[in-house]
Design a protein around this ligand. Structure first.
Ligand SMILES: C[S@@+](CC[C@H](N)C(=O)[O-])C[C@H]1O[C@@H](n2cnc3c(N)ncnc32)[C@H](O)[C@@H]1O
Length: 445
């Protein structure tokens, strides 16, 4: 039977539910399961109290738990903490929710263009506590609720060198699966206990159509960039012809840089192409900030466990999360091939059209000024050129009209179509496109 794609209308409903209605939220049910898991490890009855109460109990019974502070933003790193046996328990409460939410955007990128199959065969490399697999599971269960009878099925293969973490991931997945009733079938749930090296061969016979590699490239103790590149090549070999490989890293200059190097390698040494966020992935070109190299940041509502941890550390919990991601495919598709075609000028042809009005489309790489301010500026990439040759769309307060105000809603990763805008060359190599009141803008998720 053909592996049908997820229905776009259902994906759009989910997008409206999860992305456009306020800060991102980690599922409450899953948080309770994670906290219960930690409590159990310390011999506490997980049903004794609500989340903060349970954590208070843990901290009073196990002082090391309280002392074993995680590397919370603002609290400073602690090598001892990483080595301690409570590190992963705390990580379960901290990194699970923060990393989990970063995968949603790439999943939407794929689902909106009909590239998430109803039957997903997932390989998660460097599983840790199961963050990435849980996000995929959660995404599919929400789709299954919106689209009953579609016959969703997920087969999950978790790979990590740490057997304790694999056990934890399995526990969370099994329990989260039990906490809801939908038309989602969890077929296989396999754990692969293995230390990945440049010589590791990944199983090809399964034909994984989704591979997630979250916070692994930089966190894994891999001997240098050469090893990282070889490992990623091997991982890519396990991807099916119509599959997608998703890499996620933290919003850190060094991590974004190694992701960029991996990207150069994968696109030149394998048959993979970058599907999203834009065909040419670049760091914050518009602001040129050296501090923040994340591709995107989003508002989130920190779960109770994170609020608790920050109270312990005496630091405020962050209200925005940053991350960097790349989605690869091998079918040459890029994210914006799914939107209606028209008479659009690729960025690569810009030099011959300076001074004229043009139509263009592409993916939003960065938003420099938000809708509250007088001026909205964002950069756009259409994949036709690389490096610094990018376009900057500018909308001033005076030129706002019904036709162009859609730009105010554009977020990083959205697709934007712009019709009838003057093309000016500003400073080499930047193209400046000041929107006029009669410029038409359409924004797609
Ligand atoms: C930072 S955690 C990431 C967890 C999860 N993927 C996420 O995004 O939240 C990195 C994981 O990679 C695993 N790991 C590190 N080096 C590894 C290797 N060479 N082979 C297999 N797993 C490895 C660690 O045990 C750890 O669970």
């Amino acid at each position: 039977m053909k592996n049908q794609a997820v229905d776009r209308n259902h994906v759009l409903s989910l997008y409206r539910q999860l992305v456009t209605t306020g800060p991102a939220e980690f599922p409450v049910e899953l948080e309770k399961i994670a906290v219960a898991r930690v409590c159990r490890a310390y011999g506490l009855d997980p049903l004794e109290a609500e989340v903060p109460g349970r954590l208070d109990m843990l901290a009073s019974r196990r002082p090391r738990f309280k002392k074993g502070r995680l590397n919370l933003p603002g609290a400073g790193p602690s090598e001892k903490t990483v080595a301690s046996d409570v590190y992963w328990d705390l990580s379960l409460l901290y990194h699970l929710p923060t990393n989990f939410l970063k995968l949603r955007r790439p999943l939407f990128d794929l689902a909106l263009q009909g590239l998430l199959p109803a039957h997903v065969r997932l390989l998660d490399v460097g599983t840790g506590t199961g963050t990435m697999a849980l996000c995929v599971l959660d995404f599919y269960r929400r789709l299954a609720e919106l689209s009953p009878g579609t016959g969703f099925r997920i087969d999950i293969y978790l790979l990590d060198q740490n057997p304790v973490l694999l056990k934890t991931a399995r526990y969370l997945i099994e329990n989260y699966r039990r906490s809801y009733l939908t038309g989602l079938e969890v077929g296989r749930l396999e754990t692969i206990h293995k230390t990945v090296t440049p010589r590791t061969r990944f199983i090809r016979s399964i034909g994984f159509n989704l591979i997630t590699v979250g916070h692994f490239i930089n966190q894994a103790e891999l001997p240098g960039l050469k090893a990282q590149r070889r490992i990623l090549t091997q991982i890519a070999n396990a991807l099916s012809e119509d599959g997608s490989l998703v890499l996620i890293e933290a919003p850190d200059p060094a991590e974004a840089t190694s992701l960029q190097i991996i990207k150069e390698h994968l696109t030149s040494a394998t048959s993979l192409n970058v599907y999203a966020p834009c065909a040419y992935f670049q760091r914050r070109v518009l602001t040129g900030s050296t501090r923040n190299h994340s591709f995107d940041t989003f508002d989130w509502q920190p779960p109770l466990s994170i609020q608790w941890l920050h109270r312990q550390a005496g630091t405020p919990s962050p209200d925005r999360l940053g991350y960097t991601y790349l989605v690869f495919r091998r079918d040459g598709r890029v994210k914006y091939t799914g939107i209606p075609t028209g008479d659009y000028l690729p960025l690569s042809h810009f030099p011959s059209f300076v001074g004229q009005r043009v139509n263009l489309m592409g993916t939003v790489c960065s938003v420099a000024d938000r809708s509250g301010s007088e001026l909205v500026r964002l950069t756009l990439c259409d994949g036709s050129v690389c490096s610094h040759n990018y376009s900057v769309l500018v909308l001033s307060g005076q030129e706002r009209s019904e036709l162009n105000q859609g730009l105010l809603t554009a977020r990083t990763g959205n697709l934007v179509q712009v019709q009838n805008v003057p093309l000016m060359k500003q400073k080499c190599p930047r193209y400046h496109l000041p929107l006029q009141h009669d410029t038409r803008v359409t924004v797609w998720p």
